[in-house]
Design a protein around this ligand. Structure first.
Ligand SMILES: Cc1cc2nc3c(=O)[nH]c(=O)nc-3n(C[C@H](O)[C@H](O)[C@H](O)COP(=O)(O)OP(=O)(O)OC[C@H]3O[C@@H](n4cnc5c(N)ncnc54)[C@H](O)[C@@H]3O)c2cc1C
Length: 126
């Protein structure tokens, strides 16, 4: 399959996303969500590409870290903190609302993904 457009090679109207897809990136809920947006945009006629992005939480009792990578960058260094645990709690509490009201939440999500891009965090990490 095309790892950017997510279509089955040779077919422009058949796509695979989520754990079902054979992509060179981690299988994750975040990945499935971002891939769904790419396929939806492509079906609407926009030029959208999946960049292999991950943003997966690693939670301990009161702190959290995230595995952040994309096709072009291995996981960046992300330190555990209580603040990141709070971010994860907000994400868990708000997720269904994010899905239900995409016009309201998508700009916030896009800002968060933009601010935590591996190329932005670089070697300093987060
Ligand atoms: C314990 C655990 C913790 C995880 N934690 C995280 C996390 O913190 N963050 C993160 O980003 N990802 C996490 N993941 C990964 C994430 O859950 C998956 O990557 C994501 O759910 C994949 O979504 P999907 O829609 O592709 O597949 P699924 O969520 O597996 O959905 C597939 C659906 O298809 C249904 N189905 C299967 N066969 C058929 C059939 N023949 N007919 C009809 N329906 C069928 C299934 O019942 C299921 O509802 C975790 C996974 C596990 C197991």
């Amino acid at each position: 399959m095309d790892k950017y457009k997510l279509n089955i090679i040779g077919y422009d109207d058949a796509f695979a996303i989520g754990d079902n897809a054979s992509l060179p990136t981690a299988k994750s809920g975040v990945g499935a969500h971002l891939q769904a947006e790419v396929v939806a945009d492509n079906l609407l006629g926009y030029e959208a590409k999946f960049n292999g992005r991950t943003f997966c939480p690693c939670i301990s009792n009161d702190t959290a870290s995230f595995v952040i990578s994309d096709y072009d960058h291995p996981p960046v260094r992300v330190r555990c903190s209580r603040f990141k645990r709070l971010i994860e709690e907000v994400f868990i509490a708000g997720y269904w609302s994010f899905l239900k009201y995409p016009r309201m939440w998508r700009p916030l999500m896009e800002t968060m993904f933009e601010a935590t891009k591996p190329s932005v965090l670089g070697e300093i990490g987060w």
